[in-house]
Design a protein around this ligand. Sequence first.
Ligand SMILES: O=C(O)CCC(=O)C(=O)O
Ligand SMILES: [Fe+2]
Length: 278
Amino acid sequence: MTDKIINKQIFSFTGTESKKEIQNFIKKNGFLLVKNCFNQNQLEEFKKFFESPENKIKFIESPPAKIIPGASHVVKGFEKLITAPNLIKILNKIIDGKIAYTSHSDLHSGLSTGWHKDDGGGLYFQGYSDFYTNDDCSVYRVGIYLRDCTNEGGLSVKVGSHDTPNRDFGDELYIPSKLGDAVIFDVRITHKGWTKNRNLFSEIVNKIYRKFKKNTKRDKLPFEKKSIFLAYGALNKFTEIYSIKNMEKQNKFYDEDISSMPKSLEKSLKENNIHYFF
Ligand SMILES: O=C(O)CCC(=O)C(=O)O
Ligand SMILES: [Fe+2]
């Protein structure tokens, strides 16, 4: 299956495919790529999240990267992205029943991440021991890279690794994407962003550091990378605890509580029949 995926790139979807086809794919493999999810006008708006003077000062230093955690709650106009029609259309096919927006939303500038899962090491599903085995656990991240990532800079996954906490499981796959595409992946899948190619020695040192949970220095990227990461899920207890735990984490970055969302976002979510917890 993996060879077939890699060679024919059948992980690309347009959103017009049937619910069954989309669900079968993402439930088996843990990810998919949505081609041309956003148009030129939308992309211009998304770039403004990074470039407008009003937002530039909101970025938090996380050397060598800059980030805005909880971006939908602190950046104006985010509803244009959170309720973007093509995105919601495909999420409605991926998720059974009503969609819930988790309020997990990050702007990343110059961020590099090694292999990890977005389960917070289990913390984001605190109180539930079955989140790797229970089919009801359907929380998905949406990754948007504001550049072409044909050969590098995009997301890599370990195919099918969303069913197990074992981080070594699954064949590695780089997902080439273009500006305007969105990668949707199960929060439990093992994935990474851009990382420096290391020689064997440096790789081993890095692994040992990570094993002892020492903070390894983030790599500096040799190109400009701006990306947006969101999370939505099925309206159930798994998505709810994920939302709560993420909001706690996002809040830690700020001196004030950011958990109350802007009225414009709330209105747009209501109009689109999307649930929210914050
Ligand atoms: O750096 C990337 O491209 C991936 C980001 C990511 O996985 C995350 O923010 O959880
Ligand atoms: Fe991640």
